[in-house]
Ligand binder design. Structure first.
Ligand code: HEM
Ligand code: HEM
Length: 172
């Protein structure tokens, strides 16, 4: 049965937000190192090269866009709800999926916030946490993506499809 806050699929805006944030996070992981020369220069009290400031600004603004989209995403989640986990899934797998999603939310909020505290307030400890999170995010996102593909190709559940095709659209 579908209850009000437990739709059969994600909505179009939830899907768009999920994939936009996913792409931006990957971009940030790839270009993350590019902010370091400017950050080091500012930390030493010297003027960074123009190119370094440009690279740093890209990282900062893409990251701040992720934060805005993450806030928007939570608002949409509270309004529209999310589909229930597949009924045939074991309790353990449901808990692992919920914990993974919680961690992913923590990252999409925590990375821009720790980055901003390091950048705007020169809080080195926040910069350290921000850097240490990089390999953790790669592992968690890797597991998350592998689980989605496993659900689709091996278990043959609706899990991946409902994050690709919005609620209200029938299969062709
Ligand atoms: C940085 C990259 C990513 C982030 C931050 C991310 C984040 C999330 C979050 C927070 C959810 C839970 C949504 C909710 O219930 O509110 C979710 C769901 C989902 N994600 Fe991702 N994701 C990423 C990449 C991927 C990739 C690469 C795939 C597929 C290969 C994927 C497939 C899915 C699917 C299928 C769901 C729905 C799970 C379900 O309905 O139980 N995600 N993602
Ligand atoms: C989606 C969000 C973000 C992700 C995934 C991300 C990712 C990264 C990565 C991978 C690095 C390089 C880490 C390393 O080389 O070990 C980095 C460095 C850094 N990022 Fe971000 N970042 C995000 C948002 C931000 C934002 C919004 C800011 C500032 C407003 C920021 C400021 C910094 C700073 C200052 C460093 C250098 C830290 C240091 O050297 O101690 N980041 N980030």
């Amino acid at each position: 049965m579908t209850v009000a806050n437990e739709p059969a699929r994600y909505t179009g805006s939830q899907i768009l937000l999920h994939w936009t944030i996913a792409v931006l996070i990957v971009v940030q992981l790839v270009i993350g190192e590019d902010i370091k020369p400017a950050y080091r220069a500012f930390s030493r009290g010297t003027e960074p090269a123009a190119g370094d400031i440009f690279n740093a600004n890209i990282h900062v603004y893409v990251g701040l866009v992720v934060l805005v989209l993450a806030i928007w995403r939570i608002a949409v989640r509270l309004r529209d709800g999310v589909p229930a986990p597949p009924p045939e899934e074991s309790v353990l797998l449901k808990r692992i999926a919920a914990a993974t999603h919680f961690l992913l939310y923590l990252f999409i909020f925590g990375m821009p916030i720790t980055g901003a505290l390091a950048w705007y307030f020169s809080l080195r400890a926040m910069g350290e946490i921000h850097e240490l999170a990089k390999p953790v995010i790669i592992v968690v996102v890797g597991l998350h993506a592998a689980a989605a593909l496993w659900q689709h190709f091996y278990v043959k559940s609706e899990v991946l499809v409902r994050m690709l095709r919005p609620a209200g659209r029938r299969a062709p």
